[in-house]
Design a protein around this ligand. Structure first.
Ligand code: SF4
Length: 63
């Protein structure tokens, strides 16, 4: 599973990082940066999907 973040939509709530820090890092402004080129570590797929569902800007997509 891979995820990507649309930088134009991301507003920097860092909610994704709070829910799945293994998948999403954040910069100094709270904007999300995917770790590992978006490749979700095995066993963290549910957390990644939780982050997708909880992004208020719909900025995260599975690819
Ligand atoms: S939850 Fe969505 S809007 Fe907030 S930092 Fe993560 S990707 Fe960006």
């Amino acid at each position: 599973m891979r995820v990507r973040v649309d930088d134009d939509k991301c507003q920097g709530h860092a909610r994704c990082h709070a829910l799945a820090p293994e998948v999403f890092d954040v910069d100094d402004y709270g904007h999300s940066k995917v770790r590992n080129d978006g490749l979700v570590p095995e066993g963290y797929e549910d957390r990644a999907r939780l982050a997708i569902a909880n992004c208020p800007e719909f900025a995260i997509t599975e690819k």
